[in-house]
Design a binder for this molecule. Structure first.
Ligand code: CA
Length: 702
């Protein structure tokens, strides 16, 4: 018998033994996930989403011998954010543009690829690049939420589509980047888009038929009921908004649930992490009225609902009256912890706002809140009221406030993990400041970036740029959630590092922005191993086993949010797109990655444009308002989207103006006709040409 036939025979035996088809996952099986540690059945491995692997073949003693087993090149560059799901030797994973891949988990052999063919103009509605954080697997099917707002069920055997439903109003700037979750025969999915102006909600679909079973809106409808599960708390939520004024009446208020959706079988709850307000600036979103609560429920809250019906159970609002883009969408982890001598059913949460919350899963009561990063918006949390003790100046009612954390968050979507061996939670943390200024000239621009804040353009001089870049720091934090205190940390220099995985081998795995994939001693933080993944390693790693061999998988790619607005100071960005990869490791693995090739583009000689200093300043302000979120602050691209200083269109006023006015809309470049006049487009060109001349001179001086 040859190897392939032998493998097939083994698979048949395994199927016969279990009496189930491929990807035959159900609630009972996920609840029993600890009995089959070789699989990674759901987003955080188990429903508690602790991202702890019970496998210990790879451990602190032998991790130095860890090597690459195989690498698979996906069909898209840009941010790879997915957590792979591994069931019975098959890995299901996604890349940017919501493309799904089924791979042989032992060899990396491609079994099938499903491309939902998301129209690329949808990229213009994605605040934070076109990534996807993975699939759910349930009863022989693989479920993916697509960037253009569809939920698709795919046959796990051959990658054919079983059904698809549109979960959003596609005429509005909704996106889906989060992974669905499955339980109770339902598939749960949220959405994103609050920066542009949408109203958030979570939907539950019948896994077999795709029929909508319930929907819970995270902000109230000021017009009346929605005929949705959230109607029962509409009055309670509406009492915390200005019912008569504010941009929320147009935008829907935000509150998009774009990541954490955690099924809790012990308390019979679906936990929803709710996003920031639309616009960010509360006084523009929902102007305060003397004597009236303006907390804006359920923004920046953890909300518990009944998983079968969507009926509201309880909530805890982490950032009342959110005004800094402080989402509470970050991964939620369930556990039972000893608190003051008593076992408590808790959820743990490290949202953007810099606190680490331990919350009672039975009633949403706050148990404790610790500070995991420098924060200037609040001095702490008042345990009597459960509310933050705010620094009033941080609200930027007038003037500019420099605040930590920034909209990137002290912690973002990059998953944290927990080890029952150490009792510690391993969190990718970052410290970056943000200048917030109320946008006094705010007008609501449907479909476009609507935050109600203005930012000073990045100064053009390199020393200042470097100082700004150096002020952005990141670290891996080991946190004791019971005592709310630090156990150890590893300084990483840059922010935006990867999610973590804890294992029974006493290890913590994490990737970094600069492409290192590392293993640390879970007790001490000592670095025990690293590999050059060649590209930013941001997703949550997973571990699994096939035929008794333990593997660790990580995704490497170039892209995601950090690479769009913060181009400056990212060293040697590749100028040719490099497709994302799945890199998988085992003890003694001897494979290697292809040689990395960096292609450095030359900047063409910039055009001479006669423009006044005032016009260039106007161009810089327009750039900062409309362009910098994608093409990079200071006209310096992070390499994901075109660097405008090198754009051929810069040479020609007509081509430039047409591009600003929608000529490349099909490629994802928005049409700014309504917002940028011909004269302003030319002022913008003069500003970018000035920055291009600086770059051109630097290149010639090399
Ligand atoms: Ca946001």
């Amino acid at each position: 018998m040859n190897r392939l036939a032998a493998a097939g025979f083994t698979l048949l035996l395994a199927l016969a033994a279990c009496g189930r088809g491929p990807a035959s996952v159900d609630e009972a099986r996920i609840l029993g996930a600890d009995g089959e540690p070789g699989n990674w059945l759901t987003h955080g491995r188990t429903y508690s989403e602790q991202r702890f692997s019970p496998l210990d073949q790879i451990n602190t003693e032998n991790v130095g011998q860890l090597g690459l087993a195989w690498s698979y090149e996906m069909r898209a560059p840009r941010g790879a954010e997915a957590t792979p799901i591994v069931v019975d030797g098959v890995m299901y994973v996604t890349s940017a543009w919501s493309i799904v891949y089924a791979l042989d988990a032992a060899t990396g052999e491609e079994l099938w690829v499903y491309d939902p063919e998301v129209p690329h103009e949808r990229g213009a509605s994605a605040c934070c690049d076109v990534g996807n954080r993975g699939v759910a697997v349930w009863n022989g099917r693989v479920y993916v939420g697509t960037l253009d707002g569809r939920l698709i069920a795919i046959d796990a055997r051959d990658g054919s589509k079983a059904w698809e439903v549109v979960t959003v109003d596609q005429s509005r700037p909704y996106t889906i980047t989060g992974a669905p979750r499955a339980a109770r025969g339902l598939v749960f999915i949220g959405n994103g888009g609050a920066e542009f102006g949408v109203r958030g909600y979570v939907s539950a679909y019948d896994a077999e038929t795709g029929a909508l079973r319930w929907r819970f809106y995270t902000t109230p409808n000021p017009q009346g009921p929605d005929n949705a599960a959230s109607d029962a708390v509409r009055g309670q939520a509406l009492a915390t908004w200005n019912p008569n004024a504010g941009a929320w009446l147009q935008s829907g208020g935000g509150g998009t649930a774009w990541d954490a959706l955690v099924f809790d079988s012990e308390t019979d709850t679906l936990w929803i992490g709710v996003g920031n307000g639309a616009p960010w600036n509360r006084e523009i979103r929902s102007p305060s009225i003397e004597g009236r609560n303006n907390d804006n429920l359920f923004l920046s809250s953890v909300v518990g609902v009944d998983p079968d019906t969507g009926a509201y159970k309880c909530h805890y609002q982490e950032t009342p009256g959110e005004t800094w883009d402080y989402t509470a969408t970050q991964p939620i982890m369930l556990a039972t912890l000893p608190i003051e001598g008593r076992e408590r059913r808790v959820l743990m949460h490290a949202p953007k706002n810099g606190f680490f919350y331990v919350i009672d899963r039975d009633d949403c009561g706050l148990i404790s809140a610790g500070s995991i990063a420098t924060q200037t918006w609040a001095r702490g949390v008042d345990m009597a009221t459960g509310r933050p003790i705010e620094n009033p100046e941080a609200r930027f009612i007038s003037g500019t406030a420099i605040v930590l954390p920034s909209p990137f968050g002290a912690h973002n979507w990059h998953p944290m993990s927990m080890s029952p061996q150490t009792g510690l939670v391993y969190i990718p943390v970052q410290e970056m400041a943000q200048d917030y200024t109320a946008d006094s000239a705010f007008v609501y621009r449907p479909g476009r970036w609507n935050t109600g804040t203005a930012h000073a353009p990045l100064p053009g001089d390199r020393a200042t740029q470097q100082a700004v870049r150096n002020s952005m720091q990141g670290f891996l934090l080991a946190w004791d959630p019971v005592r709310q205190r630090e156990a150890w940390r590893v300084e990483l220099g840059s922010p935006w590092n990867g999610g973590t995985l804890a294992t029974a081998g006493g290890l913590v795995f994490q990737g970094t922005l600069d492409g290192r994939f590392r293993a640390y001693d879970a007790r001490t933080g000592a670095q025990l191993w690293q590999f050059d993944n060649q590209a930013a390693t941001m997703a949550g790693p997973v571990s699994y086993s096939v035929d008794g061999q333990q593997y660790v998988a990580s995704l490497a790619s170039y892209g995601t949010l950090f690479f769009l607005p913060v181009g400056f100071g990212i060293a040697d960005p590749p100028t040719e797109p490099v497709n994302a990869r799945v890199n998988v490791f085992r003890i003694g693995g001897a494979a290697s990655l292809p040689e990395r090739t960096l292609v450095r583009l030359e900047t063409p000689e910039p055009p001479s444009i006669t423009a006044s200093a005032g016009a260039i300043a106007r161009g810089a302000a327009i750039y900062s308002q409309f362009c910098s979120v994608c093409h990079g602050a200071g006209a310096i691209s992070g390499g994901v989207l075109p660097d405008l200083r090198r754009a051929p269109s810069l040479q020609d006023a007509g081509v430039w103006r047409d591009t600003v006015h929608g000529a490349r809309a099909a490629n994802g470049m928005p049409d700014f006709t309504q917002w940028v006049s011909d004269a302003e487009a030319e002022a913008l060109r003069a500003y970018v040409a000035r920055e291009a001349r600086t770059l051109y001179a630097e290149e010639r001086a090399r």
